[in-house]
Design a protein around this ligand. Structure first.
Ligand SMILES: *Cc1c(COP(=O)(O)O)cnc(C)c1O
Length: 386
């Protein structure tokens, strides 16, 4: 048996990343902000907008206060409102559906593909047909999620959305930096609008809350910028022309992200190497996520499906390996969302009781990873029932 590593293993590891970049880099950037005094939406946020738009190969980027606000701002740009149906996966972080409900529209939950764990295009088509037949809601938009960092079937979903005259948004909160068929997530050819999050545990992350909306038209950008600051009018500061929010990004968070971008591509390569090593070496009793052909996951989170999860969790505790359950409860079964749903979603319901997420970050050493794999595989061969 491989020796247990001497220092505790992290599910995520933000301190190691800070060490790799160097604290002084952050402190110098913060000092600049203290001197220029533009704390909210200052020059650092503008520099970041330009860098991210270029990185994603899309015309515009509007940084904002969080991933959730990015989703809401994207929906506001399309004037999504009460009476509109917005199709979302149920196997996701709650914010995807929350944003839809928040603007007054109706989230229509779609089941997951059993292999990729992302929105199932076949079930999307089925849900659209059901809503059409019922005739109560206006078909408005589809939001897919690249769960755990692995891109959804964007081409297929985009086509279904367009055939039905709907907008298509990509929730890339977990997948910023991932590549779908040669195109970086956020690319204008993959979705009309992409929303992402920079929460500390996401692949590209700040030291607090942050997010961004990527869009390709000047009209969308104008509404997003207005809604980001109380529905303001760039022509007349004292005439607010629509309902908006306080959803700016702080200059400090933008400065953090500009430093993090200097190591981002290296981190993505490390995440990919580590993610693939798990997939290749874990006992086949554990079901792992399928990444589509010609596609690179951002490996934000590494999740496996296991039947006897409680037992395995006890074993991992004994081994000193941290874990989490992303996500133990599909959104359509949660208290605030139950009343929206009358669809049966068997795939995501079955997955919820089996998900177990194990340590995943770019600073995981080979020694740590081998130890994690050995502990998991020992359990699988001991219990056989995994
Ligand atoms: C984290 C996350 C969000 C929300 O981002 P916040 O910055 O926490 O508001 C939205 N969607 C998904 C899929 C996420 O993982």
């Amino acid at each position: 048996m491989t020796n247990k590593p001497s220092k505790p293993i992290g599910l995520f590891d933000i301190p190691s990343q800070q060490k790799a970049i160097g604290q002084q880099k952050f402190l110098s950037a913060f000092e600049k902000i203290l001197n220029h005094g533009g704390y909210a939406q200052g020059p650092e946020t503008v520099e970041l907008d330009n860098k991210l738009a270029e990185y994603s190969n899309i015309k515009h980027c509007a940084t904002c206060s969080s991933g959730t606000d990015a989703l809401i701002l994207g929906l506001m740009a399309w004037e999504v409102k009460a009476g509109d149906a917005v199709f979302v996966p149920s196997f996701t972080f709650v914010a995807t559906a929350e944003a839809v409900a928040f603007v007054g529209a109706t989230p229509v939950f779609v089941d997951s593909d059993p292999e990729t764990w992302n929105m199932d295009p076949k079930d999307l088509q089925k849900a659209i047909d059901e809503v059409k037949k019922e005739g109560k809601l206006n078909l408005k938009a589809v939001i897919s999620v690249d769960i755990f960092g692995a891109p959804a079937a964007h081409d297929e979903i985009y086509k279904i959305a367009k055939t039905n005259n709907m907008k298509y948004m990509s929730d890339a909160a977990q997948s910023y930096g991932a590549v779908y068929k040669g195109k970086r997530v956020g690319n204008a050819e993959l979705a009309d609008i992409t929303a992402t999050s920079f929460y500390p545990t996401k692949p590209l992350a700040c030291y607090g809350d942050g997010g961004a909306v990527l869009c390709n038209t000047d009209e969308e950008l104008a509404i997003i910028k207005s809604c980001r600051v109380h529905g303001s009018n760039p022509e007349d500061k004292y005439d607010n022309v629509r309902l908006g929010m306080t959803a700016r990004m702080d200059s400090f968070q933008a400065a953090v992200l500009l430093e993090k971008l200097t190591v981002f591509n290296q981190e993505l390569a490390d995440r990919e190497r580590i993610g693939k090593y798990y997939t290749e070496n874990l006992n086949s009793a554990y079901k792992t996520q399928k990444v589509l052909d010609n596609t690179i996951s951002a490996y934000a989170i590494y999740t496996i499906l296991v039947n006897n999860r409680d037992e395995l969790q006890n074993w991992l505790k004994e081994c000193g390996i941290p874990f989490a359950n992303f996500y133990p409860r599909p959104v359509h079964t949660q208290t605030a969302y139950k009343h929206y749903n009358n669809r049966s979603l068997p795939v995501c319901e079955a997955m919820a009781s089996k998900v177990l997420s194990i340590p995943m970050h770019p600073y995981l050493t080979k020694e740590e990873q081998d130890y994690i794999i050995e502990c998991l595989n020992t359990f699988a061969s001991k219990t056989k029932a995994a």
